[in-house]
Design a protein around this ligand. Structure first.
Ligand SMILES: *Cc1c(COP(=O)(O)O)cnc(C)c1O
Length: 463
């Protein structure tokens, strides 16, 4: 299996190298050269299998010879053994034909664990085999960073640096990043917003001298291996509800477009998905883009669903690449235009292709809170604010005859203030993380400045 860049000018890589690299050297994102498909009978045969066995069968065709079957099975088994639910991604029913896919039973209580735990295991195998050491630098709006630290803490061949926007992550998120005591973990509070964190990260990747000197590796949602790991739960949930003999739809609370892009890949692989719905909070650049045909930045407004507070939705570039008939030059031109002017207009053909694939909706802060209140009353379920955005958008966009699966992206206890405000109930952390608030924190405050950041990475990493 070969991987190509969305901008068409980076070296073609195998799965292992694409995973270890993250961002392509031309600034693009790696995508598989072709999307493998599963036969209807192969999808039907997933019925009743464990999450891990389904994961193996769904992801195997993308991995090529980067890992042996044994290595890959072992990595999957280790990745999910620490989850607090044997189904890994259980379904809960909210209303007739509306289901919630609970993706928050991993160690940091958000869906990011599905990908990050697997990547941690795969990095470990690949780096040991090659006797290599890498420096992982990630940017986070909260959940990616904690998931990455949880996945890489204490691993031998890795230093992990996480940039988060100072003062803009929840206390649980911050503590999950600042309390691990392992020497290879470095939590960096950047003076800026999430887009600044993401921009500095991209700058580091585009500074090849630095990139090569520290063995820079990226595990942000642009990493193809992360997208791939997220394809699996589209299969497990759809098959539970009758796929391939029944069509289902999904609504996905969306920020960086990684999670919903995984749904698109599942569809391309042959899973019968009727509708893929993008749900955004008041930072609705994706919803505006789909409705108006223009991708235009207008500043981040902090919300109660902070993991979706972004303007530059990195993985959207992968969707654009396909919508433009895989024309890397066209994608490059759009991205250059965005860098210069803060936006671009999507061509007629491409916007039509995107509208054929995705629906979208946006939810205000008030509507998000009202949805948490209403769902608690109607079902007893406590929703995290991101999930509530999804549930609200799903309700407007669903066909009552097709099962709708809304992705529950985080545990309510990760965002207790919003949940308490909406329901009067303060959700408690699961017992296994009970001492989070009593552990000492370790964090470095950093300026929004590339040279300072690079100097810090050089100084702190274990050479
Ligand atoms: C990361 C995250 C999202 C957004 O997912 P993307 O893949 O970036 O679109 C939504 N909800 C929560 C809780 C998250 O952590």
């Amino acid at each position: 299996m070969r991987y190509i860049s969305t901008r068409g000018e980076a070296p073609v890589l195998g799965f292992g190298e694409a995973m270890l690299t993250g961002l392509a050297r031309d600034g693009g994102l790696y995508v598989p050269e072709t999307i493998p498909t599963l036969l209807v009978d192969e999808i039907r045969a997933l019925g009743g299998l464990s999450y891990e066995e389904t994961a193996f069968r769904v992801m195997r065709p993308f991995v090529g010879d980067a890992f042996s079957d044994d290595e890959f099975r072992t990595a999957i088994a280790k990745a999910y053994q620490g989850f607090g639910h044997t189904a890994r991604a259980p379904l809960v029913q909210l209303a007739p034909n509306h289901f919630l896919l609970e993706l928050f039973h991993g160690p940091t209580l958000a869906f990011k664990d599905f990908a990050m735990q697997l990547i941690g295991q795969l990095f470990q195998i690949a780096l040991k085999r090659e006797g290599r050491r890498v420096t992982i630098v990630g940017a986070t709006s909260g959940d990616t960073g904690s998931a990455a630290i949880e996945a890489f803490r204490g691993l031998d061949n890795v230093d992990v640096f996480i940039l988060f926007p100072e003062g803009r992550v929840s206390e649980v998120q911050r503590r999950q990043m600042t309390t691990p005591s392992e020497a290879n973990v470095h939590a960096l509070a950047l003076k800026g917003d999430f887009d600044d964190c993401q921009a500095r990260l991209k700058d580091m990747f585009n500074h090849f001298e630095f990139r090569d000197a520290v063995g820079l590796a990226g595990v942000n949602s642009i990493n193809w291996a992360r997208v791939l790991a997220q394809v699996v739960y589209y299969f497990t949930s759809a098959v539970s509800l009758g796929a391939p003999d029944r069509t289902v739809s999904f609504t996905v609370p969306t920020g960086n477009f990684g999670d919903i892009f995984a749904g698109y890949i599942a569809k391309r692989m042959g899973l019968p998905i009727d509708n893929l719905v993008i749900a955004t909070n008041q930072n609705d650049i994706l919803h505006r883009c789909l409705t108006r045909g223009r991708y235009q930045m207008d500043g981040v407004k902090p919300s109660i669903s902070p993991s979706m507070d972004i303007q530059i939705s990195s993985n959207f570039e992968r969707a654009l690449f396909d919508a433009y008939g895989r024309d890397g030059k066209a994608v490059s031109a759009l991205m250059a235009e965005m860098k210069e002017t803060g936006g671009f207009t999507v061509s007629q053909g491409a916007i039509q292709a995107l509208r054929d694939l995705f629906a979208s909706g946006r939810v205000s802060e008030e509507e998000t809170l009202a949805t948490i209140t209403a769902m608690h009353k109607a079902t007893g379920e406590l929703l995290c604010p991101h999930t509530a955005v999804g549930v609200a958008v799903a309700d407007v966009n669903r066909d009552r005859n097709v099962p709708m699966i809304t992705l529950a992206t985080a545990h309510p206890a990760k965002f207790p203030d919003a949940v308490e405000k909406a329901t009067g109930q303060r959700p408690g952390l699961p017992e296994r993380m009970g001492d989070l608030f009593s552990r000492p924190e370790r964090v470095t405050s950093v300026p929004n400045d590339l040279a300072a950041l690079e100097a810090l990475v050089h100084e702190r990493r274990k050479a």
